[in-house]
Design a protein around this ligand. Structure first.
Ligand SMILES: Nc1ncnc2c1ncn2[C@@H]1O[C@H](COP(=O)(O)OP(=O)(O)OP(=O)(O)O)[C@@H](O)[C@H]1O
Ligand SMILES: [Mg+2]
Length: 485
C-alpha cells in the first residue's frame, strides 16, 4: 500500500492505488549483469512481469515490440546513451514511467534525466526497499495516468446514462480532474450554479471509481428537516423516537465503501455540521438514540450552489468542516460560459426524446440561434426542460421559436429587433416610438411659429383645413401658439 501524504488543500492529492489489477511490465536496462539480474529478481518477486537487457539498441527493439509500463534504466558513466533513451521513450510512449539508476556521485545525470521526463531515480548502490518503493510509486502514477486517459476516452465517446456531454475547454478541463478524482477516495466538494450538473458529476465520480459496484446514496440536506437528516445520515436505533419500531443504518454506514452524496450541504444547520464533522474525523457515527458507535466506510462527495467560503466568513458554515469537505473541489462552469456546448446538449436531449416518442425532432435555425444567445440562468436543467417542453408543444418534428418557453421567445424577439436596428445603423438601443398625436402637435406648432403666427398659411402648408387647425389647437389646449411655447 502506498503511503499518501495529504495536504488538505485542493488539488495536491495523490490517488491511493493498491494492488496492481493486472501485472505491470517492467523493462530493466543495465550493462552490468549482476545489477541487472538483482533488479530483475527483486521486481519479479514484487509481482512485476520483468524483461531485461544490457544493450540500449536491444532495449529499443524490445520496446517497439511490447511497450513496457515501467522502464528502469542505468545511466552509463561517460555516455549520453541512457539520457537519449529517456528522451526517446518519453516522446514515443509518454505514459511509460521511467526510473533511472546512476552511480553515486553522478547526480547531474539524474537531474538531466528527470528534466527529460524520468519520474524518479535511484542512486547506486541502493537497498531492496528503496527499489521497491520507487517501483511502487511508478506503478501508482502509471496506473492513474492510464485510468484517467481511459476514463477521458470513455467520457468522450459514451452516450449512455451518466454520460456527460460537452467538449468546451471548461468541460475538458473538468473531465481531466474528474478522471483523477474518481480514482481516489478523498472527499470532493462540487460547486456550481443550479442545474450545472453537480449531481451528474457526483454520480460519474462514483461510476468511474474503484467502488462503482457499491451503493451511491444521495441525501438532500436542503429539503429534509434537521432531525430527519440526522437519522438519514447516522441511522437510529429502535425506540429512538416515535415510529422508530426498528433500527436503521444511516447512509454513511450503509454506503459500505460506496459513496454518500451530501447534496445542498450548505443548507445543513450548524448543529448537524458539528455532528457531521465529528463523524468524518472519527470515521464513525453514533446512531440517533444509541450509546454505541458504528464505523463508517463511505466516500463523501458533497455539493452546493452556495458560496461556502463566504458562508465560512459569515460564520454560517464551519470552517473546519469546509476544509474537510474541500480536499478536492470541482467548480462546474455555468452554461452561458460555454455556449459551444449548447448545440450538443440540445441534440442529446432531442435524441433521447426522439427515441422515446418515435419522432425525429430537430430545431429550427431561429430556435437554435435564440438558444445560443440566451443566458440560461437555470443552466443545463433549464435547457433540458426547454427542449422537453418544445417537443411536447410542437405541431411537427421541427421545433420553432414559438415552441420554446416564453422567456426564450422574448429574448429571441428582442435579439431580432436589435439585429434589425443594427442593420439600420442604429446603436442597437430599444427604439423610442413617439405617439402620432405628439408628432402632430409638434408639426402644427412648428409650422405656425415658422410662419410667425400665420395660421391660415400654416394650415395650407400642413395640408389641412383652417377649421381643423383650430380644432386641433383647442384639443391640444393651446390658445396662443406663438409666445414661449
Ligand atoms: N454535461 C451534461 N451532459 C448531459 N446532461 C447533463 C449535463 N449536465 C447536466 N445534465 C443534466 O441536467 C440536469 C441537471 O443536472 P443535475 O441535477 O446534475 O444538476 P445540479 O447542479 O445538481 O442541479 P441543482 O442545483 O438544480 O440540484 C440533469 O437531468 C442532468 O442529467
Ligand atoms: Mg442537484
Amino acid at each position: 500500500m502506498l503511503e499518501t501524504v495529504l495536504s488538505s488543500r485542493a488539488m495536491e492529492f495523490i490517488p491511493q492505488v493498491t494492488e496492481p489489477a493486472a501485472k505491470l511490465y517492467l523493462l530493466v536496462v543495465d550493462a552490468d549483469p549482476a545489477a541487472r539480474s538483482a533488479c530483475s529478481e527483486i521486481a519479479a518477486s514484487l509481482g512485476y512481469a520483468v524483461e531485461s537487457t544490457g544493450d540500449m539498441g536491444q532495449a529499443r527493439d524490445m520496446l517497439h515490440g511490447h511497450v513496457a509500463d515501467i522502464l528502469l534504466v542505468n545511466m552509463p558513466y561517460g555516455s549520453n546513451q541512457g539520457l537519449e533513451l529517456v528522451s526517446e521513450v518519453k516522446l514515443l510512449y509518454p505514459e511509460m514511467s521511467v526510473i533511472v539508476m546512476t552511480a553515486s556521485g553522478t547526480v547531474n545525470a539524474a537531474v538531466e534525466a528527470m528534466r527529460r521526463g524520468a519520474s524518479d531515480y535511484l542512486s547506486k548502490p541502493f537497498a531492496v526497499d528503496e527499489l521497491s518503493t520507487v517501483l511502487e510509486r511508478a506503478a501508482a502514477s502509471h496506473m492513474t495516468d492510464t485510468a484517467s486517459r481511459q476514463l477521458r476516452e470513455r467520457l468522450r465517446v459514451s452516450q449512455g446514462l451518466g454520460a456527460m456531454i460537452g467538449h468546451s475547454s471548461e468541460m475538458e478541463k473538468l473531465y481531466r480532474i474528474l478522471s483523477k478524482v474518481a480514482q481516489s477516495s478523498h472527499p470532493v466538494l462540487i460547486l456550481g450554479e443550479s442545474g450545472t450538473g453537480k449531481e451528474l458529476v457526483a454520480r460519474t465520480i462514483h461510476a468511474y471509481g474503484p467502488n462503482a459496484q457499491k451503493p451511491f446514496l444521495p441525501v438532500d440536506c436542503g429539503s429534509l428537516v434537521p432531525t430527519l437528516i440526522e437519522s438519514e445520515l447516522f441511522g437510529y436505533v429502535k425506540g429512538a423516537f416515535t415510529g422508530a419500531n426498528r433500527s436503521k443504518d444511516g447512509l454513511l454506514v450503509s454506503a459500505e465503501g460506496g459513496t454518500a452524496f451530501l447534496d445542498e450541504v450548505g443548507e445543513l444547520s450548524l448543529d448537524l455540521q458539528a455532528k457531521l464533522l465529528r463523524a468524518l474525523q472519527e470515521r464513525e457515527v453514533r446512531p440517533v438514540g444509541a450509546n454505541h458507535r458504528v464505523p463508517i466506510k463511505a466516500r463523501i462527495v458533497a455539493a452546493t450552489n452556495r458560496d461556502l467560503a463566504a458562508m465560512v466568513e459569515k460564520g454560517t458554515f464551519r470552517k473546519d468542516l469546509f476544509y474537510r469537505l474541500n480536499v478536492v473541489n470541482l467548480r462546474l462552469p455555468s452554461l452561458r460560459n460555454r455556449r459551444e456546448d449548447i448545440p450538443p446538449l440540445a441534440a442529446h436531449f432531442l435524441d433521447r426524446i426522439s427515441r422515446e416518442r418515435g419522432i425525429k425532432f430537430t430545431l429550427s435555425d431561429e430556435a437554435l440561434r435564440t438558444m445560443m444567445r440566451y443566458d440560461w440562468p437555470g443552466n443545463v436543467r433549464e435547457l433540458e426542460n426547454a427542449v422537453q417542453r418544445a417537443c411536447a408543444l410542437s405541431s411537427g418534428p421541427v421545433l420553432h421559436l414559438g415552441d420554446l418557453p416564453t422567456q426564450l421567445q422574448q429574448h429571441g424577439l428582442e435579439a431580432h429587433r436589435a439585429a434589425a436596428l443594427g442593420a439600420a445603423g442604429n446603436t442597437g438601443e430599444a427604439p423610442r416610438v413617439r405617439p402620432l398625436v405628439e408628432l402632430e402637435r409638434e408639426a402644427i406648432l412648428n409650422a405656425i411659429r415658422a410662419l410667425n403666427g400665420d395660421k391660415i398659411q400654416a394650415a395650407k402648408l400642413l395640408g389641412i383645413g383652417k377649421t381643423t387647425l383650430y380644432r386641433k389647437l383647442k384639443e391640444f389646449g393651446i390658445s396662443d401658439p406663438l409666445p414661449d411655447e
